[in-house]
Write a protein that binds this ligand. Structure first.
Ligand code: PGA
Length: 225
């Protein structure tokens, strides 16, 4: 079974990196790249995702980008509610939900990110926090993906144990039987095989390692089980 690899460049990357991706991967692959907005217009021959979207259809919202505009560029996926958006841009659950609904109306698949902080993890509140985020962030119906990204695992080199990821993804699967479920947080070429082997993990959301095409190739090779 081929699992998904979603590359989240964050505010990194360059035209050169985009060219490296074009040479390494084809549109038919299970790889989605989420570069900064400015690179989405390049005819990449790759599956494209955005890192953010604005929830209003159009209007006087300087600096924002609408779902229609992204759809015009053949963007088929969009990260929503990444913890960096929540932390630095104060996106609360109601905004996350509105953005996800906006994506669905434009036939863009929202990849809705959820995850607990280190403090919540240490206080054994993970399940409670995730259930609240699911209740408040998910739109009605189907068509969205969910990415479990523990905030304390993002960019830190720390990951939950295989058992912990297994337990969270089982909980998610029971609530969302037909939803694509990703794990994200310090996925790299060395730990990808073990993470892809977990039941109910349909793919990985990769940040730091996605800036190195060789590392992405290594991760991608493990994604085909
Ligand atoms: P990381 O980031 O792989 O650098 O931990 C993951 C993410 O933020 O999506």
């Amino acid at each position: 079974m081929q699992k998904w690899v979603v590359a989240n460049w964050k505010m990194n990357g360059s035209k050169n990196l985009l060219n490296e991706y074009k040479n390494a991967f084809a549109e038919s692959s299970n790889l989605i790249i989420c570069p900064p907005f400015v690179y989405l217009g390049e005819p990449a021959g790759l599956k494209l995702g955005a890192q953010n979207i604005y929830q209003q259809p159009k209007g006087a919202y300087t600096g924002e980008v609408s779902a229609q505009m992204l759809a015009e560029l053949s963007v088929k996926y969009c990260l929503i509610g990444h913890s960096e958006r929540r932390q630095y841009f104060h996106e609360a659950n109601d905004i996350v939900r509105a953005k996800a609904e906006t994506c669905l109306r434009a036939a863009i698949t929202p990849i809705i990110c959820i995850g607990e902080t280190l403090e919540q993890y240490e206080a054994h509140q993970t399940t409670h926090v995730l259930e609240k985020q699911l209740a408040e962030c998910l739109p009605n119906g189907t068509g969205f993906w969910v990415a479990y990204e523990p905030v304390w695992a993002i960019g830190t080199g720390h990951t939950p144990t295989i058992d912990e990821i297994t337990a969270v993804h089982l909980m998610l699967r029971e609530k969302l039987p037909s939803t694509t479920l990703l794990y994200g947080g310090s996925v790299n070429g060395d730990n990808a095989a073990a993470i892809f082997a977990i039941n109910n993990v349909d793919g990985a959301l990769v940040g730091g390692a996605s800036l190195d095409v060789k590392a992405v190739e290594k991760i991608y090779n493990h994604a085909s089980l």
